[in-house]
Design a binder for this molecule. Structure first.
Ligand code: NAD
Length: 460
């Protein structure tokens, strides 16, 4: 008989309370199990990603399987050191005494994940939760059902099902899970549901990490070197169209460039598109499909307004039968159109022009804080200003998305783009509590610490 959510949760708590997940040997065995799953079942993962998103297996390896394998290996290499306690300094007045910071697991944690990178965004937090010694429930997104099914099928075969569980379902299952008491929730998804998660967490005083989205601006300066230009265009377009067809939280949402450079940039973008995806991009299978009809029609409706339609300089066709959206470039669509006020999350690329590249700073500052800002420029003074005058989860000069794949960098947003961070050691810290352990001796003592309070004690 299928267990209720409360029973599953109860089993996890029991396992956690037994102290089993706190053992380094348990953490290592689970991480190695995950590594085996990723290596042995790579084809199942590719197949699920093809079914859910039409994701090419090279893209699937680059964006999901590869980074996950790298991440587990990195954690295995460093776990012993991360788990060790760190000596803390104490003032001379406390002599003789010692103190240390001891990382301990939080308990039973919940991971709610999204559909665009259904393996990466599910397993990366789970890896962190295991490394820190927690029991964990993962609820993948119902919008990527094939991937969700693979996770639900394989995780119990490779990992300890008494401590790591996959619960499948949509928003109502998510809501039921949020009723239960967790020691931490890591949520990846929309700001709208992020608010629901945070409100539910308040009831149990559960800390949350919210990995949200938003519009990531990409500033493009003019380049004199043709090699720099070529590299920049490859990096921008692969982040827009070659990473889940623009359905990526840290993908390029729109470009900002100088008015005088716009026509040249459009031509360069068209040429790069051609070299990446050919004359008929739909036939290449190099661009993922839109996740479902709802999102397909949402994207289509972004171009409904005549003034937006008029701004299309490349593409603009939609193939409903295959949920395919042609890579589309728009030049200066109205700033109050939905395409410029909401996250696009698809292969539509507006270019916004400004008089001077420096004007992009004010443009970005007047909008919600992005998850990432990208800037392609060699202008050092501008880089300095952009870095110090804007706020975002990350800022990357002359590349895109790499900050996600680097284990030594924290990943997370700020303001509307989220709170908290994870990846590598930051995941370990996110799912740990650093406990202060202080040890004193009876050798020395100060009588003036204790009542009764007398004027004499104030004079000391
Ligand atoms: P979503 O918020 O609709 O869903 C995310 C998860 O929450 C899913 O597992 C879903 O089943 C669950 N959920 C939905 N309603 C719920 C409810 N009422 N109670 C509990 N759980 C509920 O988001 P989405 O469509 O999966 O993803 C799109 C958004 O996610 C975009 O804004 C994107 O930018 C953002 N995103 C952010 C990151 C990141 O790492 N920062 C990564 C991917 C996507």
């Amino acid at each position: 008989m299928k267990k209720s959510l409360e029973e599953e949760w109860g089993e996890l708590r029991e396992t956690f309370n037994s102290g089993k997940t706190n053992e380094q040997s348990w953490r290592r065995s689970q991480l190695k199990g995950l590594l085996n799953l990723l290596k042995e079942k790579e084809e199942d993962i590719f197949e699920a990603l093809e079914k859910d998103l039409g994701k090419h297996k090279v893209e699937a390896y680059r964006d999901e399987v590869g980074p996950l394998i790298k991440s587990v290996n990195y954690i295995l290499e460093n776990l012993k050191q991360w788990m060790s306690s760190k000596q803390a300094k104490l003032p001379l007045a406390a002599f003789p005494s010692k103190a240390e910071l001891v990382p301990e697991p939080l308990g039973v944690v919940l991971v709610l994940s999204s559909w665009n990178f259904p393996f990466g965004l599910s397993l990366e937090p789970v890896i962190g939760a295991i490394a820190a010694g927690n029991a964990v429930v993962l609820k993948p997104s119902e919008l990527s059902p094939a991937s969700s099914a693979v996770l639900a099928d394989l995780i119990p075969k490779y990992l300890d099902n008494k401590a790591i569980k996959v619960i499948e379902g949509g928003s109502s299952v998510g809501e039921q899970l949020l009723e239960l008491k967790w020691d931490k929730i890591l949520f990846t998804g929309s700001a709208k549901v992020g608010r629901i998660v945070m409100s539910a967490a308040v009831k149990h005083l559960t800390p949350v990490v919210l990995e949200l989205g938003g519009k990531c601006p990409t500033i493009v300066d003019s380049f004199s070197s043709s090699r720099d230009k070529e590299i920049a265009l490859n990096r921008i377009l692969s982040a827009k169209f070659g990473a889940c067809a623009g359905q990526a939280c840290i993908g390029v949402d729109y470009i900002i460039t100088e008015k005088k450079y716009a026509a040249t940039l459009v031509e360069l973008l068209k040429n790069t598109l051609l070299s990446m995806f050919g004359e008929n991009p739909k036939e290449t299978r190099n661009i993922s499909r839109i996740i479902n009809e709802k999102n397909f029609f949402r994207l289509k409706s972004l171009l409904d307004e005549q003034s937006v339609k008029d701004s299309i300089v490349q593409g603009g066709s939609f193939d409903e039968a295959n949920l395919f959206v042609e890579p589309t470039i728009l030049l200066d669509p109205p700033l109050d159109a939905t395409i410029m006020t909401e996250e696009i999350f698809g292969p539509l690329l507006p270019i916004i022009t400004v008089e001077k590249i420096e004007d992009s700073i004010q443009f970005i500052k007047s909008r919600p804080k992005p998850l990432a800002i990208y800037a392609f420029t060699k202008n050092e003074a501008f880089k300095k200003r952009l870095q110090s005058e804007t706020t975002s989860g990350s800022i990357v000069f002359n590349d895109t998305i790499i900050q996600y794949a680097v284990d030594t960098l924290p990943f997370g947003g700020v303001g509307e783009s989220g709170m908290g961070r994870y990846h590598g050691k930051f995941s370990f810290d996110t799912f740990s509590h650093e406990k202060v352990v202080a040890r004193r001796s009876f050798l020395t003592d100060f009588w003036f610490r204790y009542p009764p309070w007398t004027e004499q004690k104030l004079q000391l």
